[in-house]
Structure formats: C-alpha cells, structure tokens
Design a protein around this ligand. Structure first.
Ligand code: BGC
Length: 747
C-alpha cells in the first residue's frame, strides 16, 4: 500500500468522506483502491472491544478481558517498567483481537480532586505524567499497535466537558497542561492524539490551529494524526484547516459534504485536506504492515501481570509503630464491603468487562473474619452493620477497613460534588478505630479524599483503582509478601477548600478560568507552605532507604549543556524493597514567580537489604527553564539552581547548588512607560541608567540619610517606579534627550 499513490487517485468526495469513521470504532475502507478499514478501541487499562453495538459511554457490552490498574494507580508506581509491561501486554492483546489502535493514555492534569475522570489520568505533575505516558506508548507501539494520547488538551473536568472553555494563560498552558503531551509526542512518538471536546480560550480543540498545527506539527515536529474525541467536531472544514484528520465516530451520515463544499468555495485548501488524508492513509498502511495475525493472548498470564502491577502501584501512606505488615497467625478482621466487592475501575468509556474481580476477602481466605460494615450504595449508616463491625473489630488483634469512593462518585461525564468519603464510611472508620487501636484503612478511589479520622488510624494503604486483581495485591501488601513501593502522584490536601482550583472549579457559564496558573498541586501547597495530609511523592516501604554522595559532573553550565547528577541509594532495612529517588530543581532567585521546587527526574530502584545502587539523572535546559511569553519559548534565567534529592517533595534528603547561565537574552523594548526599576534589570539599561543616576540629581538616595530608613526605602521605591516619560516633567531631561535615550536603549 502506497499512501501517496492512493491519495493521487482519490476523488475530492472520497478524500472528504475518508476523514470520518465508518462506525463507532472503524475507519472507512476504500475498496476500489485496496484501503482496508481498521479498528480502534477504548483502553487504556484494558481493552474495551465492542463486537456488538458500539457506544462511547461504556454502556453496551464489550468482550470479557482483563482490567489492569487505572492511570491514577499506575502513576503511583513511579516506574516506567510497569508502564512498559502494561503496554506490551495490551499491545499483544490488541494484535490478537485485530485492534489497530488503543485509545489512550489519558494525559490530562489532575487539577482538582473533583474531576470525575481523575482515575483515568496520571498526576498533578506534567513531568511524571509525560514519562509514564511515553513509556506506555513506546511499549504498546513496539507491539505494532498505535497509541492515541488523549484528551488534547486542558480537559481537566467533566462539567460541560463537550461545550466549555478552559481559559488559561500561555505560561500555564506550556508549563503545566502541555508537557505531558509533549513527552508522549517527542519521546513516546505516539502515532495519534485525540483532541479534547472543550475549547481553550474560546477556540474548540478540534478546530484549534495553535494546538493541532503550530504546536503539534510545527514545534514538536510530529506526524501523528489527530482524531476527534467522539462527537467533538463542530465545524468540519475549520477542523481540517486547523490540522484535524479524523472525525469519530462518523457513520453513514458523515459524508464529508461540508469539506467538499468548503474546498469548492475556496474556504478550505485542498492541500490541507490532502495532508489529513495522507496522514490517515499512512496510519492505515502502518497498521497493515505491523499486523500480526498469528498473535494469541494468554489471559491467565495477563491476570498474573495485573496482580503484580497492582502491587507496584499501591501507596503505604502511614504505618505507625510498624503495624504493617501483618504477622501471619494474628487474628485479623476485614471490615467494609469493598473487602468483598472491591472497587477497581471507574465508569465510562474506559470500563472493562471482567468476568471476575478478585476480592481481598477471597484472597485472604480463612486467615480473616469479615464484617460488611457499610452499604456501598448508600451514604447512610446502617446501625446493625456498624454494630457488627465494631464487635468483630474488638475481637480481632488487627482490624483492616476497606473503604473508598463508591462507583457513583467517580465517573466520566460527572464531577464529584465534594471531596469526602460517604458519611457511613467515615463513621465506620472512626468507630472501629475507637474500638481497636490496631486499625488499618485500605483506600480505593481515583483521587484524594478528606481523611477526618487520620490521626486515630495508625496505618493507611491507598490502592487507588488497582484493576481486577486489586484484592489479591492488597493481601500481598498487607502481609508483606510484596513490599509497598508506590509514591503519591498527587498531593492529598486536608480539605477541598485548600486546593488551588477551589474558587474556579468547575467554572461558570461554560468557562473555567485556571486562575491559579502554574500553581497546581504541590507547586501551590509548597509555595503557600501549607499543611497537607500527604504530599506529592510520599510513600512508605517496609524497608528504609538512605541517600548519599550527591554529585554533579559540572557546577557551572550554560543552558545548552547537560548536567549529569548521581546519587547513591542504600536499603538500610531488613527486607528487599524499591526506592523512588525523586529529583527536584529549585530556582533560588527569579524575576518571575516560580514554584518552590519542581520534579525534573525520578528513578525507581530495587534493593536487597544492605544493597547500594548509584542512580544517574541527566538534566537539560528544560530542567531549569520556565515558559517566557516575551520570547514564546522556554527560557533559563541565569543564576543559582538547587538540585534536590528526596523521598517525597517534602522529604528532601540531599541538595546541591549549581550555576546555570541562560544563553538567550529576552527581547526588551524601552518605551516612555518603562520604569527605572525595569531598566535596571536589563544589562544595557542598567549601564546607561547607572551612569545617569551617578551624574545627575536623581541620586536623591544620598540625601536621605537624615530622613531615616523608612524614607530611604520610600525614595528608593519611588525612584524605581518612575517611568522614563516622567523625567521630562520632572525637568531632568528634555523631550529630545528622552527620545535619544529611548532610541539608544532600543538600538
Ligand atoms: C471519551 C474518550 C473515549 C471515546 C470513545 C469519549 O466520550 O471522552 O475518552 O475514548 O469517548 O469511547
């Protein structure tokens, strides 16, 4: 199949029609030119292949298969290898099921704990999300199956998800909401992206040239094709002109007549249409070339993998007095309906049809006694269930409560209304913890909840939505057969009100303003030095880790060089475990607002007791840069940067300063409105103004000795605020001199 040759033989009508799907899940075939139809399916934590009637809401049945941990859980593994294993397994399954593209990974940022689809997204941190996404995409595509990074971009809530506009500034877009996509495009080489339903600053993503062409194709040099989210298209021709390739689901009515008309009327160039068709034909050709028709799938092996991965993802949040791991032979009570019927995935298009989800109760078998504790379909406390649970807890040496968000709380299409667990669960946990001081809480859910009983419970294990094997994995973790090694990919605030998006979520009148800007997640909590329940990057282990010998290969670099950082990690505990070395960078002084620290690299290492391993990281310009709207690029401001190594964002173990020199000078245009203070920050302005200050009566500061320190500060402040134009009114220079000065500064 030769895409260019085929394109040259297609009529305008054929090309226009080819840019819409045949049905819910397939592209159109062009029989006369030998172009087959290929299938795409929802993922990304399993395969939702619908053989009967299709839908994009997870309503109609899909094939029975394996459900792996969801993105929220996967990100907590901080382990690219987990993503690789998942991508490979799903790639093989897609080949066996003749599926050419799996829709995912989801890369939207967890801006608010309330987003209904948070379980489908990785993190509040774009670097972590991008790295995890890229590893998954590489592995999936290594099996010859295309990935489709979604939802491009700023689709961070479900309220008005199809019609709303996410409004944000350029720096926030570039630093927070795009880098995960950028990572998956540049590093992962994703073959496709799904544009989001929503608009960004008023322009729908499906028709957004800035996003689909200027950034994706021109800046990131991607040849990936773009598919709409299902039903996201408004103006068909405008979409093609902006860089959109495929409309889904399409169907018999999607003939492409609007596109034909626009080309005939001259409002859409045929060259733009050809580009879209060529990208789609190339995708179909790749699918044909990479098809492995002899592929088979061993679903039992997949289930074993799902259990192993779930064990890598869970986060041990709290473990006072070493309550965990549970000693074999102790009397243990499992309490709470989720012990029997685990919550393991969210609702909507990612919903996987599993024949059986393994519960903790069946995995633990006779080792535990059980009390249901609450009704997962209700908020209200059932007095009988509560009483029974308290009695069972009293008789046991350890009580393990399985709690979390019920299905109805977390779903595609609707955001959560609050950040609390159902009242009956909070009440149960408080009562059981009062009855038995050895109480462990196991939490299920796709994003943070308030933990009003935290002080009174010595141990908390968060398993997120860990896939169909979550129950088995939880028992492995509780009994220490697997050592917890997950770390939080998001901050757990104390109250919803603490979250930076609180005043602007989900927006009003169809517009959500990202007023917190770049201060999302820990970038905000750290800047405000706010207490949180659990910070970004936090996660305990049954082992202990020490860090030593932080070295850098250069202490003075330009932003064109790479700095190699290395650190030794040692397991000082008595069991094998996995540490996550997290590298943060802090800009010591900056002319613009910057977060206290930002995650720039991480590595997970498996260590036997007593073992030491050296971990290496490479930092390039982006590790030190921020997005500078004045040059529309990432920019490094020269100065001191601190490289920090931590076990979490608030447990920094080692740090080291280096000097980084930026090689780009910011464009700086002087006008009559430029102030003395602004000029002094500019190298040439500083020189000229410095001379003027010295030689003129502008050096008031000298005369303030007798006026006291307050007045000195006042004079200094006033002078820094004087704009150049005012120097004429103050009689310091003539208008002509001002003109000459401005001209010379701008020269
Ligand atoms: C969702 C996508 C999904 C698509 C197809 C849409 O409603 O937003 O994530 O891939 O449906 O089911």
């Amino acid at each position: 199949m030769d895409p260019k040759a085929i394109l040259s033989q297609m009529t305008l009508e054929e090309k226009a029609a080819f840019c819409s799907g045949r049905d819910f899940w397939r592209t159109k075939a062009i029989d006369r030119l030998g172009v087959p139809s290929v299938m795409m399916c929802d993922g990304p934590h399993g395969l939702r292949k619908q053989e009967g009637e299709g839908d994009h809401l997870g309503i109609n049945k899909s094939i029975e298969t394996v459900c792996y941990p969801t993105a929220a859980a996967l990100a907590s593994s901080f382990d690219r290898d987990v993503m690789r294993q998942l991508g490979e397994a799903l790639g093989r399954e897609c080949q066996a099921e003749d599926v050419a593209m799996l829709l995912g990974p989801g890369l939207n940022i967890k801006r608010s704990p309330l987003c209904g689809r948070n379980f489908e997204y990785f993190s509040e941190d774009p670097h972590l999300a991008g790295e995890m996404g890229a590893a998954y995409v590489q592995a999936l595509q290594g099996e010859g199956v295309a990935a489709c990074a979604k939802h491009f971009a700023c689709n961070d809530q479900e309220t008005l998800r199809m019609s709303g506009s996410s409004n944000l500034d350029e720096r926030t877009l570039r630093e927070i909401y795009l880098p995960a996509f950028e990572g998956v495009v540049k590093k992962g080489k994703t073959r496709s992206l799904m544009c989001a339903y929503n608009a960004i600053n008023g322009e729908f993503c499906a028709e957004n040239k800035l996003l689909l062409t200027d950034i994706l194709r021109d800046e990131w040099s991607s040849d990936a094709f773009v598919v709409t989210d299902w039903g996201a298209i408004k103006d068909r021709a405008k979409g093609v002109a902006a860089g959109l390739d495929l409309e889904m689901p399409g169907g018999p009515n999607a003939t492409g007549e609007e596109i034909v008309e626009a080309v005939r009327e001259g409002t859409l160039s045929e060259a733009d249409l050809d580009r879209a068709v060529l990208r789609l034909l190339t995708f179909v050709k790749d699918c044909v070339d990479q098809r492995r028709s002899d592929a088979t799938i061993d679903r039992d092996a997949c289930r074993r993998l799902a259990r192993k991965l779930a064990g890598e993802c869970a986060v041990l949040m709290k473990n006072e007095g070493g309550l965990l791991p549970l000693q074999e032979g102790r009397t243990v009570a499992f309490i709470g309906e989720f012990a029997e019927k685990p919550r393991f995935q969210g609702a909507g298009s990612s919903h996987i049809n599993v024949p059986h989800a393994v519960s903790a109760l069946e995995s633990a078998g006779d080792a535990v006694v059980y009390a249901r504790g609450y009704d997962a379909h209700s908020d209200a406390t059932d007095a009988a269930l509560l009483k029974e649970a308290v009695e069972v807890a009293k008789r046991a040496e350890v009580a393990v409560i399985f709690a979390g968000l019920p299905d109805a709380f977390e779903t595609e299409g609707a955001d959560r209304e609050h950040m609390r667990l159902p009242d009956n669960q909070n009440e149960l946990i408080a009562a059981v913890a009062a009855a038995n001081p050895h109480t462990v809480v196991v939490l299920h859910g796709g994003s943070p909840v308030e933990l009003p009983w935290l002080e009174r419970t010595p141990a908390v294990l968060c398993v997120y939505l860990g896939g169909e094997q979550v129950g088995a994995a939880t028992v492995d973790l509780l009994y220490g057969r697997v050592n917890p090694s997950g770390h939080l990919a998001e901050t757990w605030p104390i109250r919803l009100q603490d979250n930076p998006s609180y005043l602007n979520f989900p927006g009003e009148e169809g517009v959500v303003t990202y007023a917190e800007g770049i201060f999302v997640g820990y970038r905000y909590y750290d800047k405000k030095d706010m207490p949180v329940n659990f910070c970004f990057g936090h996660g305990l282990s049954y082992a202990r880790f020490e860090y030593a010998d932080l070295t850098v290969d250069k202490e003075n670099v330009t932003d064109q060089e790479t700095v190699t950082v290395s650190v030794d990690v040692k397991n000082t505990g008595s069991v094998a475990g996995k540490a996550v070395a997290q590298l943060y960078v802090r800009d010591v002084e900056s002319a613009v607002r910057r977060p206290v620290r930002e995650l720039r690299a991480f590595e997970k290492v498996a260590l036997e007791p007593g073992e030491i391993q050296t971990v290496r990281f490479a930092l390039d310009k982006r590790a030190f840069a921020y997005w500078e709207p004045r040059c529309h690029d990432f920019f490094v401001e020269s100065g001191e940067f601190v490289i920090e190594i931590g076990e979490s964002s608030r447990d920094i173990r080692l740090s080291r300063s280096i000097q980084v020199k930026g090689t780009v000078e910011l464009p700086f245009t002087v006008t009559e409105n430029t102030t003395i203070g602004q000029l002094l920050k500019h190298p040439r302005g500083k020189e000229i103004i410095g001379r003027m200050i010295q030689s003129s009566a502008m050096s008031h500061v000298d005369q303030t000795d007798s006026m006291g320190e307050g007045s000195e500060r006042m004079m200094q402040g006033m002078m820094m605020g004087i704009q150049l134009g005012a120097l004429v009114s103050y009689g310091r220079i003539t208008r002509q001199q001002l003109k000459d000065l401005i001209a010379s500064l701008n020269a």
